[in-house]
Every structure is written in C-alpha cells, then in structure tokens.
Design a protein around this ligand. Structure first.
Ligand SMILES: [Zn+2]
Length: 245
C-alpha cells in the first residue's frame, strides 16, 4: 500500500511510496526539536532521487500541572500530524515510539483523533507517556462535514477502551479548536473518563467554525474544573473576550 510522504524538493510533485520499497533513515535530535523520518525515493515525475520527509515536528507542550516535574519537558510528538490514523504506516509509528524510548526520562504526549489505534502499540510506549485525543465538541453533527476521523462521541468511546487496556499512561483530552457545544452534556461525557488534564483552546478564527459564546466556554470550564485539571491555551482568550466589545 502506498502513502504520501511529502513533496519532491526538485519539482514539487506529490510523492507516494510503498513502504517496503523506500529506504529510510531516522533522526531524533531533541535539542533542535527535530524528529523525522526521511525517505530516499525516486520521484515519479522528474526521475530524480530525492529525500522526502514526514513528521518533522516536536513541540514543547506548555504544561504546568503536578504530574510533570518542573525540570522536565513535555514533548508533543508529531504535533502537526496524526501518527495513529488508519493510513499511517505502522512501521513508521513503531520506529518513532522506539526512538522515544531511547530517552525515557522525557515526557511524551501522543495525540490523535483515532484513539483505537493506540491499542496497536500497547507494549511500545515510553515510561512517561501521555495519551490524548482531540475532541472539539460533543456535537457529532458539527464535526461531520470537516473531518474524516471518527466522530467525537466515537473517539471518546474508543478512548475509554484504551484506558481499560494494559497501557500505562496519563490521559488527556484536547478541546481544540473549541466549537459550539452543550456544556452540560460535554462535561458529563468527559467525566466518564479518567482524565489527568484537559487542554482547551480556540481556532485561529479564520476557518469559520461554529464557535461557542463566551458564556458557554465559561460554563464548560466551570464544569470541567470540578473533576480535572484545565490547561488553557493562550488563544482561548479570544473566545472569552468575544462579548466584551
Ligand atoms: Zn520531482
């Protein structure tokens, strides 16, 4: 099965490779926020041998809660990508997890919209693993048109299965971008899980998503803080200040 690995640096063509046929090497350099798998492939269009890279992002996750010691960073692995889709080559995900295990003192955040795939790698997570899912709202209908991932309520259901597995991890939910929701229903769905924290942030505002009112966000925050830690992202302020002007 082929999959997209990037654009040809020479002619810009989209490069699809078959995993078995690609030579790849792997770099993990935590000092430069670099985590990448580079494939050396022959471009189908310009015929040049080129390097195509997937997943080049390690972000530091802003996390000030007691589960992480002060002097430890939380590394958000593949923050701009999803390592756990049904289309992600499992060999690549395995390689990344094994690499993370080489620096077991770090805290690693792995986040997906397809949590059922977490189960696929049960024995491979580094010791300080945080597993997270993105859930924008409790309202499946709002998300249907904009995602190919499982819908929010299905994600929550699958995440619960992961929590009941043998995987030892911390668990978080990222409500980002925060969309319109029913705060009571949303909070009660989240309460059924055992969550170490919930991070919450807004969309850039440019994607015309159906956004909640400020009072709806405040209501949700009130309900959530009764049973979990909340990590607000900076951009949440845009939503909270919406009705002040
Ligand atoms: Zn090319």
């Amino acid at each position: 099965m082929g999959y997209y690995v990037g654009d040809c640096p020479n002619c810009g063509a989209r490069l699809i490779v078959e995993y078995e046929k690609a030579n790849n090497y792997f770099e993990l350099d935590l000092s430069s926020s670099h985590l990448e798998i580079t494939y050396i492939v022959k471009c189908w269009k310009c015929n040049k041998i080129v390097e195509a890279t997937i997943w080049a992002d390690i972000d530091e996750f802003p996390l000030k809660i007691n589960l992480v010691p002060e002097d430890k960073a939380v590394i958000f692995v593949c923050s701009g990508n999803d390592m756990f889709t049904n289309y992600t080559p499992t060999e690549a995900t395995k390689t990344i997890l094994l690499k993370c295990n080489e620096a077991p003192e770090n805290y690693y955040l792995f986040q997906t919209k397809n949590p059922i795939m977490f189960l696929q790698y049960e024995d491979l997570y580094p010791p300080n693993t945080i597993l997270g899912i993105t859930v924008e709202t409790d309202n499946d209908e709002l998300v249907k048109a904009i995602t190919k991932a499982p819908l929010p309520t299905e994600r929550l259901h699958d995440f619960e299965k992961v929590q009941h597995s043998n995987i030892k991890a911390y668990y978080m939910i990222s409500i980002e971008p925060k969309m319109k929701c029913n705060p009571e229903r949303f909070a009660s769905l989240l309460k059924q899980l055992d969550l170490d924290f919930v991070s919450i942030g807004a969309d850039s505002g440019k994607n015309r998503l159906s956004e909640p009112s400020a009072s709806e966000v405040y209501r949700l925050l009130d309900l959530l803080k009764q049973f979990t830690f909340i990590v607000p992202k900076k951009n949440l302020n845009r939503l909270l200040n919406k009705e002040k002007n």
